[in-house]
Design a protein around this ligand. Structure first.
Ligand code: ADP
Ligand code: MG
Ligand code: MG
Length: 251
C-alpha cells in the first residue's frame, strides 16, 4: 500500500530525514517512535505533502502511484489521511458542511455518487457513535474555539467519515490527556480492517497500551535505526531511548 524508499528531506536547508525506507501493507498498524527532534513529524509532513519540506532523494509509492508527484488534495482523494491536515480553524464554515464537501470529494474521486442530505446525516450519526463526539460540535465553525481534546476528537471523527485506506496520526509530544488518547485509540481500533493501514507517530509508549501495533520502528537522527514488534515499545518504555543512541553511536 505504501512503500518509502531511501527518503531524504530537508526544511529550510536543514537536512532532517536521512534515508528512510518503510513498507506498509493493508491491515497493518505501524508505530513510529523516537526521541524528540528525530524527524517523526517531518516524516508525517513530507507524506502529507506540506510545501515547506524539500524532498532531496528517494521514492514514495502509494497504491501504485508516485506520492511525491501528487498534491495534498490528490493524496487525500487517493485515500491518504493525515490527522493534522485538518485541525485548522475555519471560521464561518460549519464542521458539517466542511465534512459533507470532503466526503463527497473523496466519493467523486472513487467514482461514487455524492451522498444526499439524508444519507450524509445517516453516515454522520453512525460515525458520531464511534467517536462519541458531541452533536453541538457539528454545527459550530470548524475547529474554532475547540479545546485540544475536542480538536482531537473531531480529527478522528473526520477520519471515520472519510474512511481512508492509510491514516497517519501524529500524536505530537505536546501532551494529549488520557481521554484524548483513548479517543484516538478507540477510533483506530474500531476503523481498522483488513484493507486499511495506520501509521501512529508517538513519542511515548502509553498510546500503545490502547492501540496494539503490528510493527514498531524507532526513528533517530532521521533514520529508522530499529524495527520490531510491540515488545520493542515496552522495552523503550522501560529503558528510554539512551540505549538505542549508544548502540547506534557505538556501532
Ligand atoms: P520529532 O517530531 O521527532 O520531535 P521533528 O520532525 O518535529 O521531530 O523535528 C526534527 C528536526 O527538524 C528538529 O531538529 C527540529 O528542530 C527541526 N525542524 C523542524 N521544523 C523546522 C523548521 N521549520 N525549520 C528548521 N528546523 C526545523
Ligand atoms: Mg518533537
Ligand atoms: Mg513531532
Amino acid at each position: 500500500m505504501l512503500k518509502i524508499e531511501n527518503l531524504h528531506a530537508s526544511i529550510e536547508g536543514k537536512k532532517i530525514l536521512n534515508g528512510i525506507s518503510l513498507e506498509i501493507n493493508p491491515g497493518e498498524i505501524h508505530a513510529i517512535m523516537g526521541p524528540n527532534g528525530s524527524g517523526k513529524s517531518t516524516l508525517a509532513s513530507v507524506l502529507a505533502g506540506r510545501e515547506e519540506y524539500e524532498v532531496l532523494e528517494g521514492k514514495v509509492t502509494f497504491a501504485g502511484q508516485d506520492l511525491l508527484e501528487m498534491g495534498p488534495e490528490e493524496r487525500a482523494q487517493a485515500g491518504l489521511f493525515l490527522a493534522f491536515q485538518y485541525p485548522v480553524e475555519i471560521p464561518g464554515v460549519s464542521n458539517t458542511n466542511f465534512l459533507k464537501t470532503a466526503v463527497n470529494e473523496v466519493r467523486k474521486s472513487r467514482g461514487q455518487e455524492p451522498l444526499d442530505a439524508v444519507a450524509f446525516l445517516k453516515l454522520m450519526k453512525e460515525k458520531m457513535k464511534v467517536v462519541n463526539i458531541d452533536q453541538s460540535l457539528m454545527t459550530r465553525s470548524l475547529n474554532e474555539g475547540f479545546s485540544g481534546g475536542e480538536k482531537k476528537r473531531n480529527e478522528i471523527f473526520q477520519m471515520a467519515m472519510l474512511e481512508p485506506t492509510l491514516s497517519i496520526l501524529d500524536e505530537t509530544d505536546s501532551g494529549l490527556d488520557i481521554d484524548a488518547l483513548k479517543v484516538v485509540a478507540n477510533g483506530v481500533n474500531t476503523l481498522k480492517n483488513d484493507h486499511n493501514g495506520f501509521i501512529v507517530v508517538t513519542h511515548y509508549q502509553r498510546l500503545l497500551n490502547y492501540i496494539v501495533p503490528d510493527f514498531v520502528h524507532v526513528l533517530y537522527k532521521g533514520k529508522i535505526v530499529k524495527s520490531g514488534t510491540k515488545e520493542l515499545a515496552y522495552e523503550l518504555e522501560e529503558k528510554g531511548y539512551d540505549w538505542i543512541k549508544k548502540e547506534i553511536e557505538g556501532a
